[in-house]
Design a protein around this ligand. Structure first.
Ligand code: DON
Length: 586
């Protein structure tokens, strides 16, 4: 019987905060969700005074609601569902009902599952829909407004997860999101700044303006309360009717009408026919561990399945993480993996070959032989570097007392998606830009992709989202993921290397400076001021083009650290990681 729960905070220097195990407080008395970036607990999972669970996400109210579900005896899947719906309210730039994502689950019994709830191209989508009159890609059409939206999968995905693996009642899991939307919550400094920055974009859409533009005309400030009554009523319908609230009926009819009016192509059948899909998990044997990764339409398996074994062939640990040889080699391995990703991958339903051949040991062995830490390889063709910074998408990690673990990455694609709001009070994605609008031409992330990822009705666009779970000696050792468009792949790779090759402490593995290369453009982007001048000068001397970027990724992860569990929310964006412990022995 759980009498008391303790939350340990590394940031608060191991001060113990005790919260009673009781019903969630009314929104007005909700815990002031401070922005802790790490939390530690010393205990084993599930023992008499063990770890009750852990959660890390980009937004503190959402993490706290997930912790309450774990405190009530909910599973990691239950807590992840609550977290996902709460983020749709409290983190509207990426949390969503109008988007999609990937759900990776390892059960306490050691089975692993990958649930794909990515958006699909509407049934009326065509190859030419994002080309202008000259036949060139029309970036605005694939990124702004209703035409940019794929059929959203999030509600169907959460429903499927609950049907398969959930234990607490569905309505209980959505209740916190309903209350957060109905009564409101205090927004963060970053949220206020983002809403102010996008005021003119939101003003173009009546529904978005009614929620995100203040009626008194003044700018948003930190701690203003954001209320979303229309979203609360949609969430209530989902709580009582289940996924059918978004399969048919008045909410869907209103969405379809708004889409048609706004130049989009969504139809009733798109919602009726959407299917979340269970797909194969790909396990990579690495060091003495198993890295569970997800397969197409995610490029996680291919990217990590190539880079981890190739980099194993070099003495990175001996060189050290900041050594120019290490940085250059990782960059080269990343670029080579992106070449294959962009050339070959897409929706598996339309891939004409077995992508797994690209992980063939002899193929990767040749690649390792061709890589040289003192060589810069330029792509066949250069490209201007897109200006994007990773400010969208979100990843959350959850662990329960039984050892069940969930890693979810979910997105609207761009920040606040297509900047149009469905009449049900939620923003729509612009995931259609993840397709190659014109194969051979770059999308907003500078990714030059192939026919395998062309726009075809019913297809899912290729994704970089890459949640992973690491298993050691048959037990979960870490749960990791990040936003960042293509930089998701390099961020997840670098956190794995930091933790397991360079043997950094969990907080350091997340905090360490990151850098990114993809195939084209060939620039190595590095976090401003963090890589060190000597390293940068050495890379420059090799001819490696370099560019600064403010920050890369936002990792929300859980790690085993000896006998401790650590939940780390990346300080780059300031989320909340928490670990709760059963018992009172402190
Ligand atoms: O699925 C993908 O690869 C992209 N839609 C992810 C977008 C993203 O991470 C945006 N940035 N943070």
């Amino acid at each position: 019987m759980i009498e008391q729960t303790r939350i340990w905070s590394a940031v608060a220097l191991l001060t113990v905060v005790t919260i009673a195990c009781q019903a969630a407080p009314a929104p007005s008395e909700r815990v002031d969700a401070s922005r802790e970036t790490g939390a530690r607990a010393v205990a084993e999972l599930g023992s008499a005074t063990g770890v009750l669970g852990a959660a890390a996400s980009a937004e503190s109210h959402a993490t706290l609601e997930a912790m309450r579900v774990l405190e009530e005896g909910g599973s990691a899947v239950d807590a992840a569902i609550t977290l996902g719906f709460a983020l749709a309210v409290t983190y509207p730039n990426a949390g969503n009902l109008g988007g999609g994502g990937f759900f990776l689950y390892r059960s306490p019994e050691g089975e692993s599952w990958y649930l794909d709830f990515r958006e699909v191209a509407p049934l009326a989508a065509t190859l030419e829909m994002y080309l202008d009159e000259e036949g060139d890609p029309d970036r605005k059409a694939s990124t702004r407004g209703w035409k940019a939206a794929g059929v959203p999968g999030s509600v169907f995905g959460m429903w499927e997860a609950h049907q398969r693996w959930g234990s607490l009642p569905w309505a209980r899991l959505i209740q916190p999101a309903i209350e957060l939307a109905e009564y409101g919550f205090e927004i963060s400094f970053a949220e206020a700044a983002a809403l102010n920055r996008l005021k003119s974009a939101f003003s173009e859409d009546a529904y978005a303006a009614s929620v995100f533009v203040r009626s008194d005309g003044r700018p948003w400030i930190q701690r203003d309360v954001l209320r979303q009554p229309a979203l609360a009523s949609t969430l209530s319908a989902i709580a009582t009717e289940g996924e059918s609230a978004l399969r048919e009926g008045s909410i869907v009819r209103a969405i379809v009408a708004a889409s048609q009016e706004g130049g989009g192509v969504l139809a009733m059948e798109d919602f009726a026919e959407y299917e979340p899909i269970i797909r194969p998990v790909h396990t990579i044997a690495w060091h003495d561990m198993e890295v569970l990764t997800i397969t197409p339409p995610s490029s996680g398996s291919l990217f990590l399945g190539q880079t981890l074994p190739v980099l194993e062939e070099f003495p990175l640990a001996q060189w050290g993480w900041r050594d120019p040889r290490t940085v250059q080699l990782i960059g080269e391995a990343e670029a080579a993996a992106f070449r294959d990703r962009n050339r070959w991958l897409g929706d598996p339903a339309s891939m004409e070959f077995s992508w797994i051949d690209l992980l063939d040991p002899s193929y990767l062995g040749q690649r390792a032989l061709a890589l040289d830490p003192e060589l810069y390889t330029s792509p066949d063709e250069d490209l201007p570097m897109p200006p994007f910074e990773s400010t969208e998408t979100t990843h959350y990690s959850v662990l329960d007392a039984q050892g069940g673990a969930v890693a979810v990455t979910t997105t609207l694609n761009s920040s606040y998606g297509a900047k149009v709001m469905a009449p049900g009070g939620f923003l729509m994605n612009n995931e259609m830009d993840d397709f190659a609008a014109l194969p051979g031409h770059a999308n907003q992330y500078g990714l030059v992709q192939s026919e395998a990822n062309a726009v075809i009705a019913g297809r899912r666009p290729l994704s970089s989202m890459s949640p992973v779970i690491v298993v050691k000696n048959g037990k979960v050792d870490s749960v990791i993921g990040s936003p960042g468009g293509p930089t998701i792949l390099t961020t997840v790779l670098q956190v794995l290397l930091n933790r397991y090759t360079f043997e950094m402490a969990p907080e350091d593995a997340v905090a360490a400076p990151r850098f990114h290369r993809q195939d084209r453009p060939p620039t190595l982007r590095y976090e401003a001021g963090r890589l060190g001048r000597p390293t940068l000068q050495a890379l420059q001397a090799l001819g490696q083009p370099l560019a600064e970027i403010r920050s890369l990724g936002d990792v929300n992860a859980i790690f085993r650290d000896g006998s401790e569990w650590v939940a780390v929310a990346d300080s780059r964006r300031g989320g909340l990681g928490q670990v709760a412990v059963i018992g009172s022995d402190g």
